[in-house]
Design a protein around this ligand. Structure first.
Ligand SMILES: [Fe+2]
Length: 406
């Protein structure tokens, strides 16, 4: 076992045992132990990885797929210490059935806290309510953050460097604080650990019909939605959304669900729309590896307003103007290919007839204008018709950059 984590574990035990393993005191104890013996300052990651690969003396490992991977480096019947590696991963918005603290050992992360208002349980595994962001901050290497169990501590992390490594000192389990809901903003919470095998197999069977392009797909989903309860109907709607949209059958399916479930279905359309937006941004993480660009993605995904986004840019780049930093990223993320000109998921509209060579400049200038509008159009946009400018505005409004353009 790695000596550093053995010492850290002993420190935690020596502080917690005299408190009779009080769950209420554990977050504070875990924070104090991590701050006193900071892993960011004292752990050589290469040596630790070598030790883990070559030594035979390690605590029992879990089969959790939360980290990429998760290593258990200290274990006691009442608590354990884990190392979480993050490559492309970002966490869902979630709460915990355990408590303790986490410490950023390598890399940095965008950390967002949320609240869940007007919670209403529809089944033991699904709730509806209002997911609202409480605060968002940049966590740099060396930072320690307490973890509280239950609904008081709902959060998400978006890791900027690859790999990022966090150390978690956590209880085994805090009784009575489950389920460990995942939150789909703005309105749904789901227990991700509940497994409904029949629903899983039904989704897989629908995938078979999709793969073979069976003409009965949309009709069958519609019949299922008309018959199923809210939780399983929502799960089916979520699963089928992409293909139903391709088939131009999404709106009737959504309407059928809303008609069947009435008032409690009011937040479903917005939740599924937001889920698609977040999934698209997450998918870019496998190709966008530059930490500054990942920082931008994290802000686009999590910042509630343009002002919050710019404030976080100013916090990370205090010597530069936040508008200028965003424009630099837009310049770097502008992609020109045979397919056209794009900035992330905003494409230059095909309906605007201009010379191909001017398109990148037009798209960037349009972004700059919509982000910080002056009274006059910039010179490069003045040759376009009002309809063309409207098209450009709509292209940004429908993209992940909509938060920044008005
Ligand atoms: Fe967490």
């Amino acid at each position: 076992m790695h000596a550093f984590f053995n010492d850290l574990g002993r420190d935690v035990l020596n502080l917690w045992k005299p408190e009779n393993f009080s769950l209420a005191k554990f977050p504070q104890i875990a924070c104090a132990a991590l701050d006193k013996r900071s892993p960011a300052k004292h752990v050589d990651l290469s040596a630790l990885m070598r030790d883990f690969l070559l030594s035979e003396e390690h605590p029992s490992q879990t089969d959790s797929d939360f980290g990429e991977p998760e290593l258990v480096v200290y274990s006691h019947p009442r608590f354990y210490i884990q190392l979480l590696f993050w490559l492309d991963g970002t966490t869902e918005i979630h709460q915990h059935e355990f408590s303790g603290a986490f410490h950023v050992m390598q890399g940095s992360s965008i950390h967002a806290h949320y609240e869940f208002h007007k919670a209403q349980s529809i089944t033991p595994f699904l709730r509806i309510g209002d997911v609202r962001i409480k605060d968002i901050e940049l966590l740099k290497s060396g930072r320690t953050v307490p973890i509280f169990s239950g609904q008081r501590d709902i959060h998400s992390l978006f890791h900027l460097e690859s790999p990022s490594v966090t150390v978690v000192v956590r209880t085994q389990h805090d009784p009575g604080t489950g389920p460990q809901y995942n939150y789909m903003p703005p309105h749904i919470a789901i227990d991700p650990h509940f497994s409904d095998q029949l629903t899983l197999r039904r989704k897989q069977l629908l995938d078979v019909l999709e793969r073979v392009e069976d003409a009965s797909y949309a009709g069958l989903v519609m019949e299922m939605i008309a018959d199923l309860d809210f939780e399983r109907g929502f799960s089916m709607l979520h699963h089928s959304m992409g293909y139903l949209q391709q088939l131009d059958q999404w709106e009737p399916a959504l309407k059928a669900f809303e008609k069947k479930h009435g008032k409690i279905a009011a937040g479903v359309a917005a939740t599924l729309k937001e889920d698609v937006r977040r999934t698209v941004i997450k998918s870019w993480r496998s190709t966008i590896v530059e930490p500054e660009h990942r920082f931008f993605l994290a802000l686009l995904m999590n910042a509630p307003t343009r002002a919050d986004l710019l404030a976080l840019v100013a916090q990370r780049f205090p010597k530069e103007k936040p508008f200028a930093v965003v424009l630099r990223w837009i310049e770097e993320l502008t992609d020109v290919s045979d397919e056209g000109v794009t900035i992330l998921d905003c494409s230059f509209p095909e309906t605007i007839e201009v010379d191909d060579q001017t398109k990148p400049e037009l798209l960037k200038s349009a972004f700059q204008h919509f982000m910080k509008p002056g009274k006059k159009l910039p010179p490069v946009l003045r040759d376009l018709s009002a309809v063309d400018v409207k098209e450009l505005r709509e292209a940004f409004a429908e993209s992940a950059l909509s938060l920044l353009t008005v």
